[in-house]
Design a protein around this ligand. Structure first.
Ligand code: CP
Length: 335
């Protein structure tokens, strides 16, 4: 195929070509099949991945650690308090030292207007692949699992699929913008028609929206923004209810108490933004529900929908493993 991904950083798939993303998906489908057959796939034997988590994680942490085990290598599960990061060690020194000891560095850091910059700095100095496990802007490992799951349910050719990504109420925490932002950047490149619904106080980042519009124009597909969940869900093939914080509403996010208070007040105005069976009935008959998880059950979406026949949330979660294996095998191993 002539594609060489060994040594490649993955901070966002938006800087990877369509052929490169296709290769990751092909390898993920193949590794899933081989895993089902019980085949040993020690493609990263004796190799080490350093995983640094500034935030909590269930799916990302365990999919990557299991991926490294299944590929014959090992993952270090690290947090800043286990490292000199908590004493302010620089990204440059961290990247250079870890590059001397293993074959990959993966980081989750979601602080708004901090996370992606930090990852870029690490990537500048690392001599092994730096892989984003989610930052404030992008979540590449989630969006690739989403595309794989859609291909399993709707076929490899996703052109014309109508996807509704709708903001939803949640009380658990102000979730990052990175999942919907990664989806609006990648889904149009696969020919999907995307409608995003959100209240005005919960926008996505303007620069990402502009870039996503450009991606949609290049692909000749529609990308729309509306302010009603019902409008987005009507006639959709796929419905993704998802909370995200109102960080991008402010000209500059300062993590100040008054901004958190304002965001909380905005949130309470939209308590009714829950995906219910009534709203979901506006979607097409065969429509599927996806969610990156963790879900705020009863707030973002009702239990009966998440546990019902239209939900594909656990396939989506499982595919985090197979796609992570593909990304790691291709970037840390390969030719
Ligand atoms: N979807 C996702 O990234 O889940 P975790 O936060 O549990 O890793």
């Amino acid at each position: 195929m002539g594609i060489q991904l060994r040594g490649r950083h993955l901070l966002t798939f938006d800087t990877w070509s369509r052929q490169e993303v296709d290769l990751v998906l092909e390898v993920a489908h193949d590794l899933k099949r081989r895993y089902a057959l019980g085949e040993i796939t020690e493609l990263l034997k004796h190799k080490t991945l350093f995983m640094i988590f500034y935030e909590q994680s269930t799916r990302t942490r365990n999919s990557l650690e299991a991926a490294m085990t299944q590929l014959g290598g090992h993952a270090h599960d690290l947090t800043p308090d286990k490292m000199q990061l908590s004493h302010g060690e620089s990204p440059k020194d961290t990247a250079r030292v870890l590059s001397r000891m293993g074959e990959g560095i993966a980081v989750r850091i979601c602080f708004y207007q901090v996370g992606h910059r930090y990852l870029r700095e690490l990537a500048e100095y690392a001599t092994v692949p730096v892989i984003s496990m989610q930052d404030d802007v992008y979540h590449p490992l989630q969006v690739i699992a989403d595309v794989m799951t859609l291909q399993e349910y709707f076929g490899r050719d996703l052109r014309g699929l109508k996807v509704a990504i709708t903001w939803a109420y949640a009380t658990t925490h102000a979730k990052p913008l990175s999942v919907p932002q990664s989806q609006i950047l990648l889904f149009p490149r696969y020919g999907m028609e995307v409608t995003v619904a959100h209240p005005p106080e919960f926008p996505l980042q303007r620069d990402i929206v502009e870039r996503a519009r450009a991606r949609a124009a290049e692909a000749g597909v529609r990308l729309e923004f509306v302010d009603s969940m019902e409008e987005a869900v009507r006639d959709a093939d796929v419905v993704i209810p998802k909370n995200w914080g109102g960080f991008a509403y402010f000209e500059e996010w300062r993590d100040a108490p008054e901004q958190w208070e304002a965001m909380k007040a905005h949130l309470e105005k939209y308590r009714h933004w829950t995906l219910t069976p009534e709203i979901f009935s506006l979607a097409r008959k065969h429509a599927r529900i996806m969610h990156a998880l963790p879900a705020d059950r009863g707030h973002e979406v009702t239990d009966d929908l998440l546990d019902g026949p239209h939900s594909i949330i656990y396939d989506e979660a499982e595919n985090r493993l197979h796609t992570a294996k593909a990304v790691l095998a291709l970037t840390m191993g390969g030719r």
